[in-house]
Ligand binder design. Sequence first.
Ligand code: APR
Length: 231
Amino acid sequence: MARKIVILTGAGISAESGLGTFRDEGGLWAQHRIEDVATPEGFARDPGLVHRFYNTRRAQALEAAPNPAHEALARLQRDWPGEVVIVTQNVDALHEKAGAEAIHMHGELAGALCFACGHRWPAPLEMVPGTPCPSCNAPAGRPDIVWFGEMPYHMEIIAEHLQSCDLFAAIGTSGQVYPAAGFVEEAAMAGAETVELNLADSGISRAFDDHRVGPASKVVPDWVAELLASP
Ligand code: APR
């Protein structure tokens, strides 16, 4: 039986598609205060500022195209004889644009959420304070993004996948945000082989058995070609 592969992706996989990462030099968190744009408290304080931040990112993500790393993972998901599960911290739709399926644990820019009734709907390009919910009509629309201090989505199914995978890979993530940064240990404890693919060492590199260092658009297609050559 072919091995089950679980792949965690972070902002680094979309960097070469022109979408900024968070913690690299000049990254999003160098330009914006997390407290202001990525917490429920910040949203309560100044929803206009938060909407402008995500409106800009939503427009950029809409323009962006998948790069060879996204395409290689879609190929792996299509051609691998076993199960390939992609779990992403990213809120862009580049995995889907490349033809892959991904579990978005931090939400999606393309989605809107009503903080009054929990209803979800496709986000308009521009959201503003008081965006009405199409279900309950409350002026309670917010970006469907998981902010700091909030519970990531789909954690139960993600835990099941981590406990039943044979190979775990992390691509383009700095390993500084939990629970995603702890996935490698969960997978390793369940007996999986682990590999990190990143431009540089991350905060959790020591936890991995194997490392591929370089830009995702180069190291990911090489890694996928190796796997598909000997399933
Ligand atoms: N190819 C491969 N890796 C890259 C590339 C590239 N072209 N460019 C940058 N990287 C690596 C960096 O070396 C870094 O380790 O990608 C990582 C990006 O790290 P972060 O900016 O911290 O992004 P991420 O790990 O996805 O952040 C996790 O934090 O801010 C929150 O919710 C947000 O989902 C996000 C979470």
